[in-house]
Structures are given as C-alpha cells and as structure tokens.
Design a protein around this ligand. Sequence first.
Ligand SMILES: Nc1ncnc2c1ncn2[C@@H]1O[C@H](COP(=O)(O)OP(=O)(O)OP(=O)(O)O)[C@@H](O)[C@H]1O
Ligand SMILES: [Mg+2]
Length: 229
Amino acid sequence: MTPPPGSLLTAENLRKAYGPTTALDGAEFSIHPGEVVAVMGPSGSGKSTLLHCLAGIVTPDSGSITYDGRELSAMSDAQRSALRRSEFGFVFQFGQLVPELTCVENVALPLRLNGTSRKEAERAALSWMARLEVDDLAKKRPGEVSGGQGQRVAVARSLVSGPRVLFADEPTGALDSLNGERVMELFTEAARSANAAVVLVTHEARVAAYSDREIVVRDGRSRDMERLV
Ligand SMILES: Nc1ncnc2c1ncn2[C@@H]1O[C@H](COP(=O)(O)OP(=O)(O)OP(=O)(O)O)[C@@H](O)[C@H]1O
Ligand SMILES: [Mg+2]
C-alpha cells in the first residue's frame, strides 16, 4: 500500500510482540497535517503500542512508518530523538509535569532543552498558557494545581516548541467529564490553530467526538471507521 496522498505520518502493516503477547498484528495508520485522529479500542488492544511506534519511542518488529517522507526505521536513535524533540509533542494521562519546577518553567522546558534563552522560552510559555487559560498559575508548582489545570499546563508544554504532530495518550483519562471536556475543547482548538496533527488515544466516545476521524484498534489490528461505512 502506498501512503495516502498528503499524509504526514503513515504506518503500514505494523507488528510488535512482547514475548508471547502480540500487541500489534498488522496495524495501519495515517494522518494529515492539522488533522485530529482518535485511536479507540478496548483495553489491551494495542492503542498505546501503536502511539509509541508512531512516535519512534518503540521499534516495531516489522512494518513501515513514514514521517514526512522519511522512514523511521532508517534513522539512527539520535536522529529519532532529534525528531521527537523538534517535530513531536506529547501529552499523557497524568500530565507528567516536573514537580520541582513551576508551571511556567515546565511549559518552557522543551524550548530550554533546545537552547532557547530563559526569557524567550518563558515568554512563549506564558502565551501558550494564556491560550489554555492557565497563565495565572505560572508561578505555582504542579502539586498546587488541580488535575484539569495540570493537564492544560501539560497541553501548553506539548505545543510550545511548535510541533507538527501531537501524541496524546488518554489526556483526560484522570479527569471528571466536565474538566475533560474543557481540556479537550482548549486542546483541539490550540492544536488546530497551530496546524498540528493530533494522534489522540482514548476509549471514551465523548473525547473521540473532538476528532475529525476515528480509527478503531482491536487485537492489534486497526480499522478506519470511514472505510467501514
Ligand atoms: N512493555 C510491555 N511489555 C510486555 N507487554 C506489553 C508491553 N506493552 C504492552 N504490552 C501488552 O501488549 C498489549 C497491548 O498493550 P497496549 O498498552 O498497547 O494496550 P492499550 O490498548 O493501550 O490498552 P489500555 O487501554 O489499557 O491503555 C497488551 O496485551 C499489553 O499487556
Ligand atoms: Mg494504553
């Protein structure tokens, strides 16, 4: 199969086993620039494994992943880490903010790691925090903010370095539905304004409702819902 035209990130026939467990069994995926794709499916179906392969964190046993015309498996580990730092952003179920840093320092961190000055990094961080409506929490530490606020800080951090793809694994999984919806609203709005593609893993239909397209994973195989109808 050739990648769909205009696709930014494409996976074909991915297989991954952990010992006797088959996590991916011929999974496929594609996403366009600026598109929000929800990856759905029951627990243990292979959603996180698919996301980790697409992000170059886990190496599949076989199959191909192409990002912007480049084959991930043909890159060195150093090239893949550089790609993750410069082109990808990440949001996980529990924000994974650094507890010792303030919120604004957390958001500024990806830019600081890329060599941006503190002043410039924090200015950019604050402007993303304002978009996510958490700029008033800049000086607080993660332990002093609510779950929903922490996730919005994590979303700001994922966007600060201008990624082309955002990987989000159950970004609202630890939140109640009201907070979850607000986070998804601001998250998808911010990602769309930055023209970032979003790979959104979730098992909740109300979260997937914020996507443009749904892919369902079952027993390590993925199906594009649009191609079923
Ligand atoms: N590091 C690992 N070592 C061993 N087995 C693993 C590992 N990661 C995943 N698996 C197994 O691979 C399968 C797919 O796991 P994965 O985490 O991708 O599922 P998931 O769809 O994300 O589930 P959930 O909704 O519960 O997060 C499961 O059977 C899981 O136990
Ligand atoms: Mg998972």
